[in-house]
Write a protein that binds this ligand. Structure first.
Ligand SMILES: Cc1cc2nc3c(=O)[nH]c(=O)nc-3n(C[C@H](O)[C@H](O)[C@H](O)COP(=O)(O)OP(=O)(O)OC[C@H]3O[C@@H](n4cnc5c(N)ncnc54)[C@H](O)[C@@H]3O)c2cc1C
Length: 437
């Protein structure tokens, strides 16, 4: 099987890169071993909330020159200030075109309320997540946080206590909905996604609305766990009409419905553009000849290689085996690529769990085009995007989704631009647009 581009991994990076390439007319296949970090994610996208020296960043675009000074190997530093700005615009557009309604801007971060009621700075948030502008108080006077009896993946009391500390008169309540008893019998079934399958049914909406109405007199906003709106926000909009007050949702413990919505929307967009996802397959090894990937071997295709002019490594970090570790060694499992930031074993972690953890910066080393290095040399037709990259700390710097989105788009641009260069170098083939093998 032959494609213009084979992408390895269907997380935020693989899907974003695939969409951009498919938009540009490339035939793309994504090999996907399993679920991505999106299933654990808040659904909000961080761009840059802190510099490596700990200084807070409120305006990500304005902070890039300083980041480039402090962390020249950070993926954003490799892109440069201008490219960073254009790629954030492109990322926002791509999310919009994929049907995702997000609030926020790269010019100015905002606060979102976290699953435990604290505030955290971010770039883009799903429309129904409670957010507010920096340097403003919480915009609600009296908030009711409603949990679901027996549902342990969301703790309303923790949320209210944190909201009270931020100056809001927040209270919590739990609702009991008999139609959920079928799930309640088995705690491992009583999860956000399964609950949403019931709450999203139109016949259950009146009962849910009735319960919320009964409890919500005197409150000016309602916060629910993100256990409804599996396919879209329509059900929340309908509920809001019944209640007559703003309704917000907070992410729960995984599976996170808000993250899954991002996954579903991007996948649908990729398919719509003609992309193929080989779900449940895994790349086992790759063949290299003369510094190029010449064959990609997967679990399901055995000894029949996938062939592609360009390959994108978007396998994520430790969570999804994009990076692996044994006691004293970290390695990239497919090609044993060169890694950035790999100090001695005793320096991988810090004892204070709240301190920045060095291992979070480990990842693949690349050239300025984000082509991974192996023994110091770039593999010509291989690019890396997303959490597999080294040189940044997604948690401390608050830049996880931003790095995935922007590096994916940056890589797609390299691949698209390369085709133009090769076309212009081969006048006889300019009409066909074939990429030189
Ligand atoms: C638990 C968790 C929560 C997070 N929450 C947030 C958040 O709320 N906001 C935020 O901004 N950032 C968050 N992040 C940061 C996160 O890293 C990025 O946001 C982003 O989702 C990572 O995307 P990715 O595509 O690079 O990697 P991943 O999402 O890890 O995807 C990698 C994909 O590659 C596949 N894969 C791996 N090896 C192979 C193989 N050999 N063959 C085929 N497929 C393979 C995996 O199955 C997976 O589908 C979170 C990270 C984690 C770990």
């Amino acid at each position: 099987m032959k494609f213009d581009v084979v992408l390895i991994g269907s997380g935020l990076a693989g899907l974003t890169c695939g969409i951009r390439l498919a938009e540009a007319g490339k035939s793309c296949a994504i090999v996907s071993a399993g679920e991505s970090a999106l299933y654990f994610s808040s659904g909000s996208m961080d761009l840059l909330a802190r510099l490596p020296d700990g200084r807070q960043v409120t305006q990500p675009l304005a902070a890039i020159p300083e980041l480039m000074q402090q962390a020249p190997m950070h993926p954003y530093s490799r892109m440069g200030e201008k490219r960073f700005a254009s790629l954030t615009d492109r990322a926002e557009q791509l999310l919009r075109e994929s049907g995702l309604t997000m609030t926020g801007s790269a010019l100015q971060n905002h606060y979102r309320i976290t699953p435990i009621g604290r505030r955290r700075m971010t770039w883009l948030s799903p429309a129904r997540v409670p957010t507010y502008a920096l340097e403003h108080p919480l915009p609600w006077q009296r908030v009711l946080v409603i949990g679901i009896e027996g549902f342990l993946d969301f703790q309303p009391k923790m949320v209210t206590s944190a909201l009270q500390q931020q100056g809001t008169k927040a209270q919590s309540q739990e609702i009991y909905l008999p139609f959920l008893d079928k799930l309640r019998d088995n705690p491992s079934e009583f999860r956000s996604v399964n609950i949403a399958r019931w709450l999203d049914l139109p016949e259950n909406l009146p009962r849910l609305a009735e319960e919320i109405n009964r409890l919500s007199k005197g409150y000016d906003a309602i916060i629910l766990p993100a256990c409804l709106g599996l396919a879209s926000d329509k059900v929340i909009e309908d509920l809001q009409i019944w209640i007559g007050k703003p309704i917000y949702v907070l992410p729960t413990l995984p599976p996170s419905l808000l993250g899954m919505r991002v996954d579903q929307a991007l996948r649908a967009r990729f398919h719509q553009l003609g992309g193929i996802v080989m779900t449940g397959d895994a790349v086992r090894r790759m063949e290299i000849a003369q510094d190029r990937i010449t064959g990609i071997y997967t679990r399901n295709h055995g000894d029949i290689p996938l062939r592609a002019s360009q390959v994108v490594l978007a396998t994520g970090s430790f969570l999804n085996n994009g990076l692996k570790t044994v006691f004293d060694r970290i390695y990239e499992p497919l090609l044993d690529l060169d890694l950035l930031e790999t100090p001695a074993r005793e320096q991988w972690t810090r004892q204070n769990v709240f301190a920045p953890q060095p291992y979070l910066k480990f990842g693949v080393k690349t050239d300025e085009y984000l082509r991974p290095l192996k023994e110091g040399k770039a593999i010509e037709n291989l690019y890396a995007a997303g959490a597999v990259l080294g040189g940044f700390d997604p948690l401390f710097e608050g830049c996880g989704a931003g790095v995935s989105l922007l590096s994916a788009l940056y890589v797609a641009e390299q691949i698209i631009a390369q085709r133009r260069v090769e076309k212009s170098m081969l006048p006889g083939q300019a009409e066909t647009g074939e990429v030189k093998q």
